[in-house]
Design a protein around this ligand. Structure first.
Ligand code: SAH
Length: 268
């Protein structure tokens, strides 16, 4: 059988050849652009992160007997890996605190969940966090969806970075401020709940003053570099009731605040 190539056939063959050349070039450049050992499977995708997050929330729930489903949902939802330096992303769904720069840490996930539950937040309440750090704890408070969230951070670079992270994730309702949280945030006081995520060696009087009647405060108190005690304070009838929740380890609260004794009425 004799095959005669008509101009149309030649044209079609040429087209096929060009398509093949283009395909090979694309494949080759893709291979060259991918550094050895880092194919796309090395970076967990959102689905894998979500599975890790669910497991992390479940471990926290079991170990701390957590009951608040809003808090657990927040921990399951928030992409915690976006709150740490890129190099640490693969570790962020473990049960550990991790460095975030400037000698500071993002608290362990179970600690965030447990403290948030202990705040006993009700819809419409106002909560103040001291120590924004990475912004993760603030995101958990905001993700509850029913509290007004205020958060203060003393290190300007961390305050800026947390603001950017929270903004990128769409948490725009919360109020952030760079400054010394020892003195609280007078302008928006009183607060129904105060959560302090750095440890002072005494209870800061301004925070007690800015706690609303019926308000709860979670605060680790103790010496730098050792164990501290997690205290839960409740203001009832103008009195402060204290509950010892056990030993914890936090970075120190750094403050210009002078130790101020709680105001005790002076006898006539
Ligand atoms: N809640 C944070 C973890 C905080 S680590 C998170 O979810 O990532 C404690 C933070 O408290 C640090 O960022 C530290 O800079 C900050 N801090 C220490 N002393 C402070 C002070 N006096 N006022 C405000 N923030 C303070």
């Amino acid at each position: 059988m004799k095959i005669t190539l008509k101009p149309l056939h030649i044209f079609l063959l040429l087209l096929c050849a060009i398509a093949l050349i283009l395909l090979f070039t694309k494949l080759l450049t893709k291979e060259a652009a991918t550094p050895k050992g880092t194919d796309s499977e090395a970076t967990p995708d959102e689905e894998e992160y979500q599975a890790l997050r669910y497991a992390m929330a479940e471990r926290a729930r079991q170990q701390f007997d957590l009951k608040n489903t809003d808090v657990l949902r927040a921990v399951q939802t928030i992409p915690r890996h976006l709150f740490v330096p890129e190099a640490l992303r693969d570790l962020v769904y473990s049960d550990a605190a991790l460095p975030i720069g400037f000698g500071q840490t993002i608290s362990a996930p179970y600690m965030v969940a447990w403290m948030t539950e202990e705040l006993e937040l009700q819809p419409g309440e106002r909560v103040l966090e001291i120590g924004t750090g990475s912004g993760y704890q603030a995101a958990v408070l905001a993700e509850l969806g029913y509290a007004e969230v205020y958060s203060m951070e003393i290190i300007p670079e961390l305050a800026e970075r947390a603001a950017a992270t929270l903004n990128d994730l769409g948490y725009q309702g919360l109020r952030l401020r760079q400054g010394d949280g020892y003195f609280g945030w007078e302008e928006y006081a009183p607060f129904d709940a105060i959560i302090v995520t750095a440890a002072p060696d005494h209870l800061p009087a301004p925070l007690v003053q800015q706690l609303a009647e019926g308000g709860r405060m979670l605060i680790p108190i103790g010496p730098t570099g050792g164990y501290q005690t997690m205290w839960k304070f409740r203001k009832e009838g103008g009195q402060i009731k204290a509950y010892n929740l056990g030993g914890v380890v936090f970075v120190p609260l750094v403050s210009e605040g002078e130790p101020q004794p709680l105001q005790v009425p002076t006898p006539d």
